[in-house]
Design a protein around this ligand. Structure first.
Ligand SMILES: Nc1ncnc2c1ncn2[C@@H]1O[C@H](COP(=O)(O)OP(=O)(O)OP(=O)(O)O)[C@@H](O)[C@H]1O
Ligand SMILES: [Mg+2]
Length: 357
């Protein structure tokens, strides 16, 4: 965490009928942090965000902002901003009227509002757009207006629920970079919701992965990507292979064994995945090069090659029938259906833990 927590979600539970959408969620988000909740559709991202906003009440648990318990406060008394997937602008107003809306309601002087609006339009890269009717803008521009409006009262906390998902790929990438710049420039704490792993990895200081209302893993992007804790997290990031096997005891040690290799499990894996499993990233699988002392090595059958430009994916079948995909810089084709020698550094074989469900 960047510094002292600005947001503290403490043991929050929420059910809709039989459905648990927050299962004892605990979160601390630091002041100035870009924090992302990532998970598949229906995992509870929006519900948790709406509880932070005050649009939904938890069944139990507390929400603290800046050390104050806001659990019972209405949204407008929580001093936070919100941006949603749909551009929530007032269609009959100009850009400046939209951005200045919250400021005018605070009875600020006209000139103060004008200056602040122009400053915000600069920040979201829409300088000079003041008098444009908001409905004439592109989707990306409308969303930037919504962001400027949410930032106008200088909230310390901005909640964003899939704000870029209605935009096309290219604009979305540009906006990702811009959002990160805006967050840095203003020092505002962002709590961001997305189901897009790449979006989460590129923008966030930390990411919380959600499944069925459980926070499965909270980590910095590289840690989450390199060291997924569970099958669910490994499966969520493209390029990870999950290999299942058995656990055997060897003296005091637990050893993961599949037909192709075995690795010792560290003591930190107190509750191994069920069935036992390890994860290996596609780019950590080497083919055809000799195995060194710190490697596991095995033979696999090359079943398919998929050219992806810079990289080629090599689908490999292990002796027990499990399939994994190695990803390597595109080179000469290898013969399909033939055995290949495979090596992986021992440190790149990630033992997986049980899901916290
Ligand atoms: N007001 C409600 N009444 C009943 N069920 C609800 C309500 N709000 C959410 N749910 C249910 O809670 C679960 C989690 O919903 P939520 O919107 O938080 O998921 P999400 O992770 O944001 O999904 P998505 O990526 O599709 O937006 C879903 O099964 C949803 O149908
Ligand atoms: Mg949602």
């Amino acid at each position: 965490m960047a510094s002292s927590p600005l947001l503290h979600v403490r043991d929050v539970w929420k059910r809709f009928g039989e459905r648990i959408t927050a299962a004892g969620v605990n979160l601390e988000v630091g002041n100035g942090e870009f924090f992302t909740m990532l998970g598949p559709s229906g995992s509870g991202k929006s519900t948790i965000l709406r509880m932070i906003a005050g649009l939904e009440q938890p069944d139990s648990g507390r929400i603290l902002i800046n050390g104050h318990d806001v659990t019972l406060l209405p949204p407008w008394r929580r001093e936070l901003g919100m941006v949603f997937q749909q551009y929530a602008n007032f269609p009959h107003m100009t850009v400046a009227q939209n951005v200045g809306y919250g400021l005018r309601r605070r009875n600020l002087a006209r000139e103060t509002v004008r200056k602040r609006v122009s400053e915000l339009l600069g920040l979201v890269n829409l300088p000079g757009f003041e008098e444009r009717p908001v409905t004439r803008l592109s989707g990306g521009e409308q969303q930037r207006v919504a962001i400027a409006r949410a930032l106008a009262p200088r909230p310390r906390l901005l909640l964003l629920d899939e704000p870029l998902s209605a935009l096309d790929e290219k604009i979305r990438r540009e906006m990702q970079a811009q959002l990160k710049d805006i967050q840095r420039a203003t020092g505002t704490t962002f709590v961001y919701v997305t189901h897009d792993q790449e979006e989460a990895l590129t923008m966030s200081d930390r990411i919380a992965v959600l499944n069925w209302g459980h926070l499965v893993q909270v980590d910095e992007p590289h840690a989450l990507f390199r060291r997924p804790k569970t099958k669910f997290v490994a499966g969520f990031f493209r390029g990870s292979n999950v290999i299942e096997g058995k656990l055997i005891r060897d003296g005091g040690n637990h050893v993961f064994r599949c037909t192709s290799f075995e690795v010792m499990l560290p003591d930190s894996v107190s509750q191994p995945a069920s069935p036992p499993a390890v994860a290996i990233r596609g780019e950590d699988i080497r083919m055809g090069s000799p195995a060194g002392p710190g490697d596991i090595a095995f033979e696999a059958i090359l079943e398919r090659m998929t050219y992806r430009g810079v990289y080629t994916d090599y689908q490999l079948r292990l002796a027990d029938g499990q399939s994994i995909t190695a990803s390597a810089t595109s080179g000469p084709d290898l013969p399909i259906g033939q055995p290949v020698q495979v090596a992986v550094r021992l440190g790149r074989v990630i033992p997986l833990h049980a899901e916290p469900v």
